[in-house]
Design a protein around this ligand. Structure first.
Ligand code: BGC
Length: 386
């Protein structure tokens, strides 16, 4: 009897799911007249497309990871989503958002190309009654942001800084500082976290700043203002761009005296820029060794770590971020309010958020954290022969 009741309950549940899904509007989302990338979540053309996702660029493995993980996660929901890329262009971002609004989305998940410029796109969505979730990067200067899905970005910076501190011995170790784009609020959070940890070790003589007069000018200050960070970041920015990173590293090395070479320490803001900067330092015969940070656990950087060409990365499990974003979207679609544990001020409002944790990965734990957890497959990489 018990078993029969259970079977009936399962059948009723299945019928409910089937009738819900078939009651949704039909839209396979497989074409996209803007020429940007398009994806659908799931295999059925019966899924309802009420979530729009806009990511900054296809040119970095980081955002391709997010696209893949969104598609995986959406398979388990009654919804599909269109994923569009802004290709580093705020105007294109805005027109992507307008396209999605005209398609009838109810929730927008937007990772801004430029934090301030994206306010206009967020406001267009808000005016159309669409809930706006800022994804990974915070949209600044508008009240049109309902929720912020993010990793703990200050902690990313702390972990990068701590890794350098933990690997330095003695005094006067040359420290090269690099940062992300000024238009990305995360660049400030990463730098803030790194500075918190590095500054006492600059003050006690463990490190000597090699490439930033702006950082040198405030080296005795433990806490920097936004303006101070802005002027430092402006001097050491990679603009999240591989060739900008390479050119800057080359310029820094060509100006550095021999005392600023030898065994060096490099704060690189993310994996893409870390690979360019690492290659540049590796090519300088006066650099004997380098310790370099990164973040994102991009596959090419995981290979660099295995090969000893990049020291560490900060692993931000994109599956978690995507799950948080989709859960927040589903909560809005149900008329609820997503859970928050903190807020981030975007200059206009305190945006509710629930930041998730990050982990250091280096040669010693790359296998256990990234392979044994099923995040990547062992066959994605070339391993040293034992
Ligand atoms: C993200 C990083 C990414 C960087 C460059 C940041 O906002 O948090 O994961 O590497 O942008 O795209």
């Amino acid at each position: 009897m018990k078993r029969f009741k259970g079977t009936v309950a399962v059948l009723v549940a299945l019928l409910l799911v089937v009738s819900f899904v078939s009651g949704c509007s039909s839209n396979n989302g497989s074409s996209n007249n803007t020429g940007t990338a398009t994806s659908t979540g799931g295999t059925t053309s019966e899924k309802q497309k009420v979530i729009g996702i806009v990511l900054p660029t296809k040119d970095e493995p980081r955002w391709i990871q997010d696209e893949t993980r969104f598609n995986d996660a959406l398979k388990d929901t009654p919804y599909s989503a269109e994923i569009m890329f802004s290709q580093g262009d705020s105007a294109r971002e805005k027109s992507n958002v307008e396209t999605l609004i005209s398609q009838g989305i109810k929730v927008l998940i937007l990772c801004p190309q430029d934090a301030s410029a994206a306010a206009a796109a967020a406001e267009a969505a808000k005016n159309a009654g669409v809930k706006v979730i800022s994804y990974d990067r915070l949209i600044l200067g508008t009240d049109a942001v309902d929720y912020y899905v993010t990793f703990d970005s200050v902690e990313v910076g702390r972990k990068q800084g701590q890794y350098l501190v933990d690997h330095a011995t003695g005094k006067n170790n040359p420290l090269y500082l690099y940062a992300g784009a000024l238009s990305d609020n995360n660049s400030f959070l990463f730098f803030q976290g790194a500075w918190e940890v590095l500054q006492p070790k600059i003050a006690d003589g463990t490190f000597v700043i090699a490439n930033s007069s702006k950082a040198e000018a405030v080296k005795s200050k433990q806490t920097l203002t936004r303006d101070e960070m802005s002027s430092i970041i402006g001097q050491i920015t990679t603009n999240w761009d591989f060739s900008t990173a390479k050119n800057l590293a080359q310029a820094n090395l060509s100006q550095a005296s021999s005392s600023l070479k030898g065994n060096v320490f490099i704060l690189a803001p993310n994996d893409g820029t870390a690979r360019s900067i690492a290659d540049t330092f590796a090519a300088d015969p006066a650099v004997k060794s380098y310790v370099i940070t990164g973040q994102d656990a991009e596959k090419p950087s995981v290979q660099y770590i295995i090969d000893g060409k990049q020291s560490m990365t900060v692993f931000k499990d994109v599956r978690v971020l995507v799950r948080d974003a989709i859960n927040a979207a589903l909560t809005y679609l149900d008329g609820g309010t997503p859970e928050s544990t903190t807020t981030y001020n975007n200059n206009v409002k305190d945006v509710p958020s629930k930041p998730s944790e990050v982990q250091v990965v280096d040669k010693s734990n790359v296998k256990s954290i990234l392979i044994d957890s099923g995040y990547y497959s062992e066959s994605d990489f070339t391993w040293p022969t034992q």
